[in-house]
Design a protein. Structure first.
Length: 422
């Protein structure tokens, strides 16, 4: 069967970065197994892509939109009021910058698209559903189907965590819903041939008249080569780990407080992997609770080093109350760790029955109490914990590798092309 010719638009695609750029890169490359792909990305990714072995002009094209992007990202750095914060502001700035990038893409590839050199065009990034796309309309006029997504983001802040919301400088999140009135949003959804949604929340934000175009495919996946270790917890105390930024909404302080009884009496040890503004306070919290000897703060670790620390654990304890995708959960599951998460948003969708343990969302005190009870129960039933980790690993390796993700998207391509792009 002949592979479809796909022009993949991933403004953010970089094999040497993490988060959205790594998703853009990993998915675009996995799609090469199911399609004849030409990647279009932004110039800042060019050198890393060349180092990865792709040929410029043959495998990919880098679009130089820096004349507008550079000063606007500099402005975003000021407005977000702190590195790693104000992500809604970052999304807003991206929405302002991105149309210029697409105009340059059309200037470079519009004639080829119109001439039928590509069977379809697929925009992978931006992931945010707040960023409309003129390419959807231009492609429709040219008779070439346009696939949008995966789209994710904007999970509502849960009640009781408004202080964490303000600490994250998420001022714009209070009015995020206004994006639905932005010029171009409805046109983008109308003209796209398929809309890939990565979360049930994003799916719920797509108007009902476009329900037939929606395809639910979570955006995160793992590279088995990056996560090749297998969890090998030793005997003795239950070893658990936390991986993520040390910020309030991810709940590292809730985890330490909940685990304190087990940590204090020697039944549990905890590895905290990550850096962030809470790190110094978390160290003090562990000292104040008398459990400092049972908690190791590793700080920031390179991506390839994380698995070596995490694989010593049996449990991934991650009480975050606001995760769009939950990539860290998948990575831990791929190592064979059983996840213990708050049943909300991304992690709640990824951890299905028999694949981990969920506690209900609630107030901070309720989460701490539920987490403490779960930890005590799991510490007493190590065989069940190990079996859950084994099932979680098998599930991720079957359904959540990048090749598996590419096959899921290839099915979307087949449906779109079978109905003539309608």
């Amino acid at each position: 069967m002949t592979k479809p010719r796909v022009l993949v638009i991933a403004e953010a695609a970089n094999p040497e970065w993490v988060s959205v750029p790594l998703i853009g890169w990993s998915l675009s490359q996995a799609l090469r197994e199911v399609a004849d792909v030409h990647l279009v990305t932004q110039i800042r990714n060019r050198d890393a892509i060349l180092r990865a072995g792709l040929r410029e002009g043959v495998d990919f094209t880098a679009i130089d939109s820096e004349a507008l992007a550079r000063p606007m990202w500099r402005l975003a750095g000021v407005l977000r009021m702190g590195e790693g914060r104000g992500w809604t502001m970052v999304s807003a700035i991206s929405t302002l910058i991105y149309p210029h990038f697409e105009r340059l893409v059309w200037r470079r590839f519009g004639a080829a698209i119109t001439a039928g050199d590509y069977d379809l065009v697929h925009r992978i990034t931006p992931l945010s559903p707040t960023t409309p796309s003129r390419l959807a309309t231009w492609c429709k006029r040219a008779g070439v189907p346009f696939v949008l997504g995966p789209l994710n983001g904007g999970v509502p802040w849960p009640p009781g965590f408004d202080a964490a919301r303000r600490q994250e400088r998420e001022w714009l999140s209070y009015v995020r819903g206004l994006y639905k009135a932005l010029p171009g949003r409805n046109r983008t959804l109308r003209d796209a041939a398929a809309i890939i949604v990565a979360s049930r929340h994003t799916e719920s934000e797509i108007p009902a008249q476009y329900a037939g175009k929606r395809h639910y495919i979570p955006e995160n996946a793992i590279d088995p080569a990056r996560f090749s270790r297998r969890a090998t917890p030793s005997g003795g105390p239950l070893r658990a780990c936390f991986i993520g930024r040390m910020v309030p909404y991810k709940g590292p302080d809730m985890l330490i407080e909940a685990a304190a009884p087990l940590l204090g009496d020697g039944r549990m040890v905890l590895d905290m992997i990550g850096d962030g503004p809470m790190l110094a306070d978390l160290r003090e919290q562990a000292k104040a609770l008398g459990v400092a000897n049972s908690v190791t703060f590793h700080g920031w670790l390179a991506h390839e080093q994380v698995q070596h620390v995490a694989a010593r654990s049996a449990l991934f304890a991650f009480p975050s109350v606001r995760e769009f995708g939950g990539g860290a959960v998948l990575e831990a599951m791929a190592l064979g760790l059983a996840p213990l998460i708050v049943d909300y948003a991304g992690p709640g969708e990824l951890v299905g029955a028999g694949l981990g343990y969920k506690i209900a969302l609630g107030t901070r005190d309720e989460i701490v109490a539920r987490l403490r009870a779960a930890l005590d129960r799991l510490e007493r039933d190590r065989p069940a914990l190990a079996e859950t980790g084994t099932r979680a690993r098998a599930h991720v390796l079957e359904h959540f590798t990048w090749p598996a993700k590419a096959r899921q998207i290839a099915a979307v391509y087949e449906q779109v092309l079978a109905r003539g792009g309608a």
